[in-house]
Write a protein that binds this ligand. Structure first.
Ligand code: PNS
Length: 166
């Protein structure tokens, strides 16, 4: 079995890594699909986000990384995959995710189903947007960034340093 794990991954966090690996253990294979959403003005370009994910999952043989644009249902159809994987950190996440799952199922003619994995509570506070916000301040003010080591992979920490330390 195979699933698509879609997202912005700007940047990938330890929360995403945990969901992808746990998902792959259950489902067999996971294709991480990075949304090419340049209109959202991401910190990392689509090439950088895909590159970081590929570095992080270099030794995970059952996890692949690709980019996509347009509707997720069209990408899933092209790949021949009928399952979407998403992580849920909170009731808020669940409320946001529900419409996506329903839309994707209806848009696909009841083919594309979404499976949710609960986030590890130790990582439930971690999001790409807070990581970026904290990193910007830490590096701008030359503070110790050790707290980021619990939230992102070393490659991502280095990429954040490169981006914010001028
Ligand atoms: O990491 P994010 O930003 O929460 O991920 C959101 C994502 C990429 C899963 C969602 O925006 C998405 O699937 N976008 C693709 C466009 C699409 O299919 N939209 C309609 C789904 S209802």
């Amino acid at each position: 079995m195979s699933a698509i794990y879609p997202g912005s991954f700007d940047p990938v966090t330890n929360g995403h890594i945990d969901i992808a690996r746990r998902g792959a253990r259950i489902l067999g294979h996971v294709t991480i699909a990075v949304l090419d959403n340049s209109h959202k003005n991401p910190l990392f370009s689509i090439q950088e986000r895909v590159g970081l994910l590929r570095e992080v999952f270099l030794h995970d043989e059952n996890i692949y990384v690709e980019s996509f644009s347009g509707l997720l249902v069209d990408y899933a159809k092209k790949k021949g995959i009928n399952t979407v994987l998403r992580g849920i950190r909170s009731a808020d996440d669940f409320a946001k995710e529900m419409p996506y799952a329903v839309w994707n199922r209806q848009l696909s003619g009841n083919v594309l189903e979404t499976l949710y994995l609960p986030a590890d509570p130790a990582l439930a506070h971690v999001s790409g947007s807070i990581v970026k916000e904290v990193a910007a301040h830490l590096y701008k003010n030359r503070h110790d960034d050790i707290v980021l080591a619990h939230m992102v992979a070393p490659e991502v920490r280095t990429a954040l340093q490169d981006r914010y330390i001028t």
